[in-house]
Design a protein around this ligand. Structure first.
Ligand SMILES: NC(=O)c1ccc[n+]([C@@H]2O[C@H](COP(=O)([O-])OP(=O)(O)OC[C@H]3O[C@@H](n4cnc5c(N)ncnc54)[C@H](O)[C@@H]3O)[C@@H](O)[C@H]2O)c1
Length: 273
């Protein structure tokens, strides 16, 4: 990083090599692919995640000087404030935020076989991590992005939210997850409008079924079933989305300054799950 880049008030990055990025959920799956792609393009990336997965150590080793890992829970105000203070202290600025931290769990709203309603704490946990955690990250990081001096377009930075096609149309059993993703989709336009005055774009990338550890925790038979169903619904390609394809869209959004306030599907035109 140049001395100029280290000064607060430095204009928004013109190439990834000048950019400082924060990626929540960056130790795994889509977040990790985003962090790797940004680092490959020269950005400095701070990953925020709750655990030290093997994925985290491999990404940190591969991108030694470009990726660092900070343990924090996106739902925790003081931990996320500490992350922002850490970035402010070390880099003096922040340009890109990608919110990829999330959890998913299947549960019927009412199980008619054993008369069991959906657990309220499961619903609460999913909404807390996916929705509140995303909002917490955005509300605490926007101020630091806003300190960048605006460029000729009045831009200071960009926030990319990882949504999901399940926020638009989801299969049964995913009521909590679907609600959590629909909620963050709904934040996109009001956030883009609110942050327009300071030049921060806000865009949601909504992946379809993506081959990541979140998907692979399912039993093998369930994975095979979901793959077949997805293939039958997708126009083309008739396979799961890859984390790298999602990361590709995320970096396209970061680079394309005209994209704002939009929800972009990455799903091979799969519909009606
Ligand atoms: N895999 C899919 O099919 C798919 C499809 C659409 C959207 N998504 C979304 O993409 C995002 C990434 O999912 P993924 O598939 O890469 O899953 P993943 O499980 O591989 O990665 C999610 C990461 O988020 C982290 N995380 C969870 N709770 C956290 C918390 N409270 N604080 C900080 N980090 C936390 C996890 O530790 C993990 O590293 C999620 O928001 C998910 O909802 C996934």
């Amino acid at each position: 990083m140049t001395d100029e880049a280290a000064k607060p008030g430095h204009k928004m990055f013109t190439s990834m090599q000048d950019a400082i990025a924060l990626v929540t959920g960056g130790a795994s799956g889509i977040g990790q692919a985003c962090a790797a792609r940004l680092a490959d393009q020269g950005a400095r990336v701070v990953i925020v995640d709750v655990h030290s997965s093997p994925g985290h150590s491999s990404i940190a080793t591969k991108h030694k000087n470009h990726v660092e890992f900070v343990v924090a829970d996106v739902t925790n105000e003081s931990q996320m404030l500490s992350v922002v203070e850490y970035i402010r202290g070390k880099y003096r600025r922040l340009d890109i935020v990608i919110t990829s931290a999330g959890i998913c769990e299947f549960q019927p709203t009412f199980n008619f076989d054993n008369n069991e309603p959906h657990k309220l704490d499961t619903f609460q946990k999913i909404l807390t991590v996916n929705t509140l955690g995303t909002f917490n990250t955005i509300r605490l990081t926007a101020g630091l992005i806003g300190l960048n001096a605006p460029d000729a377009d009045g831009l200071r930075g960009v926030i990319v939210i990882i949504g999901s096609t399940t926020g638009i149309e989801a299969e049964m059993g995913l009521v909590a997850y679907s609600a959590s993703k629909a909620a963050i989709h709904s934040m996109t336009l009001p956030l883009a409008r609110e942050f327009a005055s300071v030049g921060i774009r806000v865009v949601t990338v909504a992946p379809g079924l993506t081959d990541t550890p979140m998907f692979r925790v399912n039993p093998a038979a369930a994975q095979e079933g979901a793959k077949k169903k997805w293939a039958s619904l997708a126009a083309v390609p008739k396979r799961l989305v890859t984390a790298e394809e999602v990361a590709h869209m995320v970096t396209a959004v970061i680079e394309n300054r005209a994209v704002n306030g939009e929800i972009i599907r990455v799903d091979g035109a799969a519909r009606n799950f």
